[in-house]
Design a protein around this ligand. Structure first.
Ligand SMILES: O=C(O)CCC(=O)C(=O)O
Ligand SMILES: [Fe+2]
Length: 295
């Protein structure tokens, strides 16, 4: 195997440097991504939620010794700063918003896709948790590789605790963003994104990765957030324009077609008690898909 290492840069690296390394390796670690004060606030805020959140129920992907707390922007002002961190947002814009053009009549109009904040989740891998299966996060969008010139996602994992080989640091296959869709990822090809608390891993949606196994007796805590391409969002915003009382009266099929549903590829879920659940449960309807049935 010719697995490459992951590079680490300091937080005064330029967006261009970060983008260049990501284009080459698929991911990069940024040392001291947040200040000690920001790390302390996040640790306290996230701990207050994590300590009352049960572990996952899905042995396959989410992990039964892993706690996951989402809805982070609704819960933490400090997380807003992290989401807007110039190196995270700037890198996302640079990688995802590559311009293209469309014709409208005789006008050739240059456009760039928008981006939206996608998953925001504290992930605490507890002692005894085994390896998460390796995956590409752009599988949620059924992205194909080699891509048609565009990445779908730029993701960040901020280490809230130290990340080590032993405690379940995210495992990454550098260079795997260049693989086609037939090549199967193997754990032997991975490297652990080892980093100190306060540092962050940035990686693109086409890179194979997965949570590591925690063989220590302390939890590994991280905060992940991702920016996704927003060009397949829906033209009309039904979530705001149709009152929830009206949605409740609609047939289940209509509710799902309006987006009150989670997709089979793990898009559109809502966190309820630490589980990634189907929004139809919020409408008091039977779940459309059982918890844990992701890709
Ligand atoms: O927890 C980690 O290190 C990675 C988690 C992950 O990749 C995921 O849940 O999609
Ligand atoms: Fe992932």
């Amino acid at each position: 195997m010719d697995t490459r290492a992951l590079s680490t840069v300091s937080s005064d690296a330029s967006i261009e440097q970060v983008v260049d390394i990501i284009r080459r390796d698929g991911g990069v670690i940024i040392a001291d991504f947040v200040s000690p004060a920001t790390l302390k606030s996040l640790t306290d805020e996230l701990d207050s939620y994590l300590k009352v959140t049960p572990c996952g129920v899905d042995p396959y992907f989410a992990g039964t010794q892993t706690r996951r707390v989402a809805r982070i922007i609704g819960r933490s002002d400090t997380a807003v700063e992290v989401a807007l961190h110039p190196l995270f947002l700037g890198t996302a814009r640079q990688i995802l918003q590559t311009p293209t053009h469309v014709w409208v009549g005789s006008d050739r109009i240059e456009m760039a896709p928008d981006i939206q904040l996608s998953i925001t989740q504290a992930i605490q891998i507890g002692p005894g948790q085994g390896l998460q299966p390796l995956h590409r996060d752009d599988a949620t969008s059924l992205w194909r590789h080699p891509q048609y010139g565009r990445e779908a996602r730029l993701q960040m994992m901020l280490a809230i605790s130290d990340f080590t080989e032993e405690n379940g640091a995210t495992r990454v296959i550098p260079g795997s963003h260049q693989w086609d869709d037939e090549r199967m990822p193997t754990q032997e090809e991975t490297v652990a994104a080892q980093m100190k608390a306060g540092s962050a891993l940035l990686w693109i949606g086409s890179v194979y990765h997965g949570g590591g196994a925690n063989t220590t007796d302390s939890p590994r805590t991280g905060l992940t957030m991702a920016y996704d391409l927003a060009f397949l969002r829906l033209e009309e915003n039904h979530f705001l324009s149709i009152p929830v009382e009206r949605v409740r009266q609609l047939p289940g099929a209509m509710q799902r077609l309006l987006g009150w549903s989670a997709s089979s590829t793990l898009l559109g879920w809502v966190e309820i008690d630490g589980q990634m659940r189907d929004p139809q449960e919020l409408l008091g309807m039977p779940a459309f898909s059982e918890p844990g049935k992701g890709f």
